[in-house]
Design a protein around this ligand. Structure first.
Ligand SMILES: NC(=O)c1ccc[n+]([C@@H]2O[C@H](COP(=O)([O-])OP(=O)(O)OC[C@H]3O[C@@H](n4cnc5c(N)ncnc54)[C@H](OP(=O)(O)O)[C@@H]3O)[C@@H](O)[C@H]2O)c1
Length: 296
């Protein structure tokens, strides 16, 4: 009889990667939003029968749109994790919950450590931080895993947007004064699996918060430059100029942190998890997209 884990957000970037990374002996149950709508997850308890862990990869992730519909962001990112976590506590099973670098302030300096004070600068970050607090106070055994700048060959993300725009335009202007670290959804998913296995295998594993990104750091401009360098090697069309600009010249509805680098030493110490350099991870994604003919 395989162990069963409940996964929410199984159609998203991280959720899809996690379904592909299911370890031997684990069956992943991944209801989609028509089966388990997180704006009203009251019947979540019925999904927990025979389940030994919950991994919450679902979220309202439209960072700019959240400024216009903060209540919806709160429902999905804060209220639902609270309900999930209380149900997990009642069932006596652990919850692995994914959170974000955007809980940190717009103007502070990283790399941020887990105990640094959160002070979100936008509605999405507020809702994600409220979700963390709901999980922490639920009574469930939990791991809150904060990550950043998630990229993959699935869904919509910066790598895919750059490749699409790069195929259409000769000049791209990309923000060069926000620092952070891209994170391959597959690398993160493998880390979430390791953590879930530790919690299911060891009832004494303490709850906590851990940071998890690929290694290194860059800016959005640095990331774009790397994407196009790899794309060019693979014979894809790239722009002639990738111009670095300041955030002030690319206004968005939501304010983003100037520096959202996360210090990932705690997850290395506690779980032996150290993700590879972001450059390698991003090169793999560009290669994957090119081989699937999806890059253009
Ligand atoms: N993307 C990033 O750059 C980033 C950065 C830092 C942290 N994170 C965190 O990482 C986690 C995974 O993010 P991701 O990039 O994989 O997100 P994603 O690709 O946007 O996927 C979000 C998932 O949540 C589901 N979802 C949204 N609203 C729902 C609802 N009302 N009911 C049920 N399911 C719902 C989506 O379902 P549908 O397919 O039906 O929409 C999808 O499966 C999230 O906790 C996010 O906050 C992401």
């Amino acid at each position: 009889m395989p162990e069963r884990w409940l996964l929410t957000g199984g159609t998203g970037q991280v959720g899809l990667a996690l379904r592909r990374s299911a370890p031997a002996g684990v069956e992943i149950i991944a209801p989609d939003r028509t089966q388990l709508d997180l704006t009203d997850p009251q019947d979540v308890g019925s999904w927990l029968h025979g389940v030994s862990a919950v991994v919450n990869c679902a979220a309202y992730t439209a960072v700019d749109q959240a400024e216009c519909e903060p209540e919806l962001a709160m429902l999905v990112n804060a209220k639902a994790p609270g309900i999930l976590a209380r149900a997990a506590a009642e069932a006596g099973i652990p919850l692995v919950h994914v959170s974000t670098d955007y809980v940190f302030p717009a103007d502070g300096t990283g790399p941020w450590r887990e105990h640094d004070r959160a002070k979100p600068g936008n509605a999405y970050g507020e809702s994600k931080f409220a979700g963390e607090q709901a999980v922490r106070t639920s009574g469930a055994r939990h791991a809150i895993v904060r990550t950043a700048w998630v990229v993959s060959a699935d869904g919509t993300n910066f790598v895919k947007t750059m490749l699409r725009l790069g195929a259409e335009r000769e000049v791209l202007r990309v923000v060069a004064d926000q620092r952070g670290t891209p994170t391959h959804a597959g690398d993160l998913a493998a880390a979430l699996v390791t953590i879930a296995q530790r919690f299911t295998g060891n009832p004494d594993q303490p709850s906590g918060t851990w940071h998890c990104t690929n290694a290194g750091e860059t800016t959005w401009h640095g990331l774009a430059t790397r994407i196009f360098a790899r794309a060019e090697e693979l014979g894809l069309k790239v722009p002639e100029v990738v111009e670095p600009i300041r955030t002030a010249h690319y206004p968005t509805r939501a304010i983003r942190p100037q520096d959202s680098r996360l210090d990932c030493s705690l997850i290395a110490r506690d779980f032996g998890i150290a993700l590879r350099p972001w450059e390698e991870a991003v090169s793999d994604i560009v290669g994957e997209l090119a081989s699937e003919g999806l890059a253009a």
